[in-house]
Design a protein around this ligand. Structure first.
Ligand SMILES: Cc1cc2nc3c(=O)[nH]c(=O)nc-3n(C[C@H](O)[C@H](O)[C@H](O)COP(=O)(O)O)c2cc1C
Length: 499
């Protein structure tokens, strides 16, 4: 199925008409305002004890480009400097930062250790310095920067880029099958004691973050990683599973521990607000070296107990528990802000980061990617109404491409979301927020067209970055490796399809 490319829609009217033809009724502002014209995107908002200077947020984006002992490299620092120059005043977490080396999603992920404290300080300082250089000596006064703390759980690959070394909260009938875990292999299931020690690691990493001057830590609960997995650990016996209280104990214990040990440090949570079953490429639809369109993996619907899923129809979100969780975060845990995402890049990327071109481990989009963006935005708007008073960041805006500012502005103005987050867009066009706020023409050549090379590269053991549009990566030796990996995939798919 070929979907209309957003870049081919030459005017806001054409774009709006296209959205309407898809049944999407998101408001589209005809002309985004600059800060001087009092754009809603330029209004400050209090998050915890800081008045954050505007409503743009940069999502965490890892690059699989640290050293194998968890330190940033020049690639990592360049990305953080770009975040600092973006113009956004909320930098959500920088990138996933493992609280222990075994919890890394790849051997090049940053992680906490005593030896990594000073390099992490340098990374934060590079971002802050870049922000001051671009926006003035006092510009960091209203800049809020966090550090995203993670354990990759089911998706740990700490030693070998190609080898999963999973540690899970519970056996999941569908995900175990999909990612090669034997249903009776309990050696990979975290014991309660291991979890308690892991919680201490989160607290230790949070103490480091506070001492370095990060404004908050994100206790990551999204994208299929460990925190997110606990939220659906219905079948796990003992204190960290079962009912809502048990499934949220991991989060509560970490947050309460950080609150006790790091007074004054704000805490955020990045949450996959809803989920869907895993998807896979339809093998019969793989033609001409292309992945087939996404279809739900074979399993009975009720087998997928995802968090925020309707048990009777897991393709449909059910917000009952997510809303209860957000109320708990606001009323009991004192969470300063929540960054809302969805699903997982490993098993249903089309709901998580809608793209025109799939990553090499994905599938052709089963819906117009705009529908996926609108789903996230609509659900965030519902949650904003149901849980007022908790600052919320929205996700999945990149695919709107040149129309990001036209979509972002009314969402914030109409109080459907507090901050608009950008992920892939800042890899190709880091200072899009600054251009919008300054009333500059957008640099169309830098607009992310969702080629997914930033995901395909790391899926093939290559550092992440924007290979199609960013000269830094276009000219890097890794660009050749990526080309080869993509060619191999095409050959494999052709052979499989017999074409
Ligand atoms: C290369 C790459 C790295 C990412 N790294 C992280 C990460 O470290 N932590 C996280 O929460 N999300 C991560 N994400 C997800 C993004 O933060 C974001 O949710 C996603 O790209 C959708 O937003 P977008 O449509 O603006 O790109 C990553 C995405 C990409 C493409």
């Amino acid at each position: 199925m070929a979907y209309t490319r957003v870049g081919h829609l030459k005017t806001v009217d054409e774009f709006t008409a296209h959205l309407r033809s898809l049944g999407v009724d998101l408001p589209v502002d005809p002309a985004p305002l600059s800060a001087a014209e009092h754009s809603p995107m330029a209004q400050p908002l209090e998050v915890g004890d800081l008045n954050v200077g505007n409503r743009w947020c940069i999502h965490p984006m890892e690059g699989w480009d640290g050293t194998t002992d968890g330190k940033p490299t020049a690639h990592t620092t360049r990305r953080w400097v770009n975040f600092g120059r973006s113009g956004a005043k909320l930098i959500w977490g920088g990138e996933a930062y493992a609280v222990q080396p075994a919890g890394r999603a790849n051997p090049n992920q940053l992680y906490y250790s005593k030896d990594n404290i000073e390099p992490t300080r340098a990374l934060l300082n590079a971002l802050l310095e870049a922000h001051r250089e671009r926006f003035g000596a006092n510009a960091t006064d209203d800049l809020l920067v966090g550090l995203q703390l993670t354990h990759s759980g089911r998706f740990c690959r700490p030693n070998d880029k190609k080898k999963l070394e999973p540690r899970i909260a519970y056996h999941h009938p569908v995900l175990d099958r999909k990612f090669g875990i034997a249903a009776d292999d309990d050696s990979v299931v975290f014991t309660d004691d291991e979890i308690k020690r892991l919680i201490d690691d989160y607290i230790t990493a949070a103490k480091m973050a506070q001492s370095l001057g990060f404004g908050f830590v994100d206790v990551k609960h999204c994208h299929g990683y460990l925190g997110h997995e606990f939220l659906s650990a219905y079948t796990r016996p003992g204190p960290f599973g079962g009912d809502f209280e048990g499934r949220t104990r991991f989060m509560r214990d970490i947050v309460e521990g950080i609150n006790a040990e790091c007074p004054g440090l704000m805490i955020g949570v990045r949450l996959s607000l809803f989920d869907m079953p895993p998807f896979k490429p339809d093998p019969s639809g793989s033609v001409g070296g292309k992945l087939g369109p996404g279809i739900p993996d074979d399993h009975p619907a009720a087998e997928y107990p995802g968090f925020g899923c309707n048990r009777d129809n897991p393709l449909e979100p059910d917000l009952t528990e997510p809303v209860k969780l957000l109320e708990m975060m606001r009323d009991e845990l004192g969470i300063a802000a929540v960054n809302l995402s969805a699903g997982s890049p490993y098993y249903n990327p089309h709901i998580q980061r809608p793209a025109y071109f799939p990553p090499s481990d994905g599938y052709q989009p089963p819906e117009d990617p705009l529908v996926g963006c609108a789903r996230q935005i609509d659900i965030v708007g519902q949650v904003k109404q149901r849980v007022p008073g908790l600052p919320l960041v929205g996700t999945a805006y990149t695919y709107f491409q040149e129309y990001v500012p036209h979509i972002a502005q009314p969402q914030v103005r109409d109080d459907h979301v507090d901050f608009v987050g950008l992920g892939r867009m800042v890899l190709s066009y880091p200072d899009l927020p600054a251009d919008v706020l300054e009333g500059n023409e957008l640099k169309t050549k830098l607009i992310c067209r969702t080629f997914s090379d930033c995901t395909t590269a790391p899926r093939n053991g290559i550092i992440s970055g924007c290979y199609p549009l960013d000269d830094h990566y276009k000219k890097a030796p890794e660009a050749g490796e990526l080309k080869e990996a993509k060619a191999e995939l095409r050959i494999r798919l052709k052979q499989q399809a017999g074409t």
